[in-house]
Design a binder for this molecule. Structure first.
Ligand SMILES: Nc1nc2c(ncn2[C@@H]2O[C@H](COP(=O)(O)OP(=O)(O)OP(=O)(O)O)[C@@H](O)[C@H]2O)c(=O)[nH]1
Ligand SMILES: [Mg+2]
Length: 316
């Protein structure tokens, strides 16, 4: 194991605790499935399919998992039903590993000219601003100089909320008053960041405008204006999804990725839900990598998503 993948005890505890609702729900369902059955057979598989679908893994990914287990049964002939959780863990982990994505050490930035600009998008209430606060905290802790840009100027409280996070984490924020042009705020933020030699800039955006077309046009405009300052910005467009909405999160991912270029996903509020299986489905079905997961409201409760650790925690 490389030092990059070192998985600290604290991190594991946060993950286990954050996923506990999903974990309990999955285990109680699995226990019911195997009750009175010694062997994993067709009946068990049918019920397992149901368990995965009701845990919001999604139909497509569930079918892939079941097919893998069937293959394994065909090979091993007899599988003790007590081993089911184990086997599920292995098969899901290897399914997700098939969808290979580049992994950097936690809160390190890819090579390239500074600053690395992350534009955060998503519908209202999913956890964009909170995720920005947590990201700022972690990047700062990793020794990076962080700048925040309050480009959600649509709602009165939005700028205030981001300001509170900037004070809490002690990182600078660039803002204007409510109703200001979001692209202008983003432009100013990048200029300040360059003058001050920042490593990473995180731009908050509105989750709601008068309509969806307006919203998408505005995101495009913010992107284009930023390119005038940093030609390859934004290097990351992070779509935030609320994991507690299960299949809805899937739908949002589909719609957003169709309407605008998204390069990474963050799935929040996993602590408040038994629908954490959605991370497995989204990670399997979207080409865009799940980069972060939100496991609670405090600063430490944001983690870089590591497939193996996630699956181990869920079925461990
Ligand atoms: N339990 C839990 N709550 C979270 C998490 N992430 C965000 N929240 C809460 O979700 C609520 C909405 O979060 P915001 O960060 O304001 O969401 P937003 O996307 O910026 O919302 P708008 O600015 O209205 O578009 C807040 O009450 C957060 O505390 C998480 O991982 N776990
Ligand atoms: Mg917000």
């Amino acid at each position: 194991m490389s030092i990059f993948n070192f998985f600290s005890k604290d991190k594991k505890e946060t993950l286990d605790k954050g996923l506990s609702k999903t974990k309990e729900s999955v285990f109680s369902k699995l226990t019911r499935v195997i009750a009175g059955k010694s062997k994993v057979d067709e009946d068990v598989l049918d019920e397992l399919e149901e368990v995965l679908i009701t845990s919001d893994v999604g139909v497509e990914t569930t079918l892939k998992i079941i097919a893998r287990i069937e293959k394994r049964i065909a090979r091993d002939k007899y599988i003790d039903s007590k081993e089911l959780a184990h086997i599920l863990r292995d098969e899901i982990a290897s399914l997700l590993a098939d969808n290979h994505t580049e992994e950097l050490p936690d809160f390190e930035l890819p090579e390239g000219p500074k600053p690395y600009v992350i534009m955060v998008v998503g519908v209202n209430g999913v956890g964009k601003t909170t995720t920005i606060g947590k990201l700022a905290y972690h990047f700062k802790k990793a020794g990076k100089k962080v700048y925040l840009g309050a480009a959600d100027t649509f709602r009165a409280a939005a700028v205030e909320q981001l300001t509170i996070w900037s004070e809490r984490v002690e990182v600078p924020i660039v803002k204007q008053k409510m109703g200001a042009d979001p692209a202008a705020v983003a432009y100013d933020t990048l200029n300040s960041a360059i003058v001050n030699d920042a490593d990473v800039v995180i731009i908050d955006t509105a989750g709601r405008l008068h309509n969806k077309i307006n919203l998408m046009n505005e995101l495009t405009k913010i992107k284009n204006v930023m390119k005038k300052v940093v030609p390859n910005a934004p290097q990351e467009v992070l779509l935030v999804l609320d994991g507690s909405t299960g299949q809805n999160a899937f739908e949002q991912a589909k719609q957003f990725t169709a309407a605008t270029e998204v390069t990474a996903l963050a799935i929040t509020k996993l602590d408040g839900t038994a629908k954490g299986g959605v991370v497995i489905g989204i990670s399997d079905q979207f080409r865009i990598p799940v980069k972060y997961i939100g496991l609670g409201e405090s600063l430490e409760d944001l983690q870089v998503f590591r497939k193996r650790e996630f699956v181990d925690s869920l079925f461990g």
